[in-house]
Design a binder for this molecule. Structure first.
Ligand SMILES: O=P(O)(O)OC[C@H]1O[C@H](OP(=O)(O)OP(=O)(O)O)[C@H](O)[C@@H]1O
Ligand SMILES: O=c1cc[nH]c(=O)[nH]1
Ligand SMILES: [Mg+2]
Length: 212
């Protein structure tokens, strides 16, 4: 598994405002979208393309196009939904599937409550969206699910990741031969006793959707 922390002053600036406890929900949503678009630029470095012959108004030339089938983008509900528009801005032709997952706040175990994905995932490239990689339980379960269904290339885009979660994913993916990359805006210090990322940004789903 590869972890790529995007080092860019604009990402750092937007993330700083996002983290602030006083940032309201509309601003939080807008910044999330903007951050995802910036992260998506890095995350799509290995998006599959094929050669294409085209003709400009001036001359024939060679270029590339995204291969078919298009990449699959999977936001993990609820909080991952706030990342979808920012991702679609960069990959407008991607197909979108959904995973609904919730972490039990007592046991910190992830559960899947909804799934809406294309029937045949074999050989597909997938971008998983979830702003928070905390204990890693949610992403581990989502990745396991997608690998079992035949996805053969996974990039997870997160805003924040905790070292504990990254270590857990590295361990759980040791024997998975599908390449997995995590692209994140920051790798934070640690988890607190409630499994929250420190310094973090609080509950991403609540902040996106105005739950007080
Ligand atoms: O790495 P983990 O310890 O599994 O925690 C991270 C998960 O927790 C949050 O979702 P939450 O369960 O709060 O659901 P929500 O998106 O509906 O708020 C977050 O968006 C991740 O999905
Ligand atoms: O810090 C955290 C951890 C899990 N989920 C969140 O929304 N925030
Ligand atoms: Mg939440």
């Amino acid at each position: 598994m590869q972890v790529h922390v995007v080092d860019h002053p604009l990402v750092a600036h937007k993330l700083t405002v996002l983290r602030e406890a006083t940032t309201d929900s509309p601003t939080f949503r807008r910044l999330t979208e903007e951050l995802v678009t910036l992260l998506a630029y890095e995350a799509t470095r290995e998006v599959r393309v094929e050669p294409a012959d085209i003709t400009t108004p001036v001359a024939p030339t060679k270029g590339v196009r995204l291969t078919s089938p298009a990449p699959l983008v999977v936001p993990i509900l609820r909080a991952g939904l706030g990342m979808l528009e920012g991702m679609q801005r960069l990959l407008p032709t991607a197909e979108v599937g959904f995973l609904g997952m919730i972490r039990n706040e007592e046991t910190l175990k992830a559960e899947t409550y909804a799934e809406r994905l294309p029937e045949d995932l074999s050989g597909r490239q997938c971008y998983l969206l979830d702003p928070m990689l905390a204990t890693g339980g949610t992403l581990a379960m989502a990745i396991d699910f997608l690998v079992r269904r035949g996805i053969d290339h996974i990039t997870a885009i997160t805003l924040l990741a905790a070292p504990e979660g990254v270590r857990r994913l590295e361990k759980e993916l040791e024997h998975v031969d599908v390449p997995v990359t995590i692209v994140t805006a920051a790798l934070d210090e640690r988890l607190d006793e409630n499994g929250y990322i420190v310094p973090g940004l609080g509950d991403a789903g609540d902040r996106l959707y105005g739950v007080v």
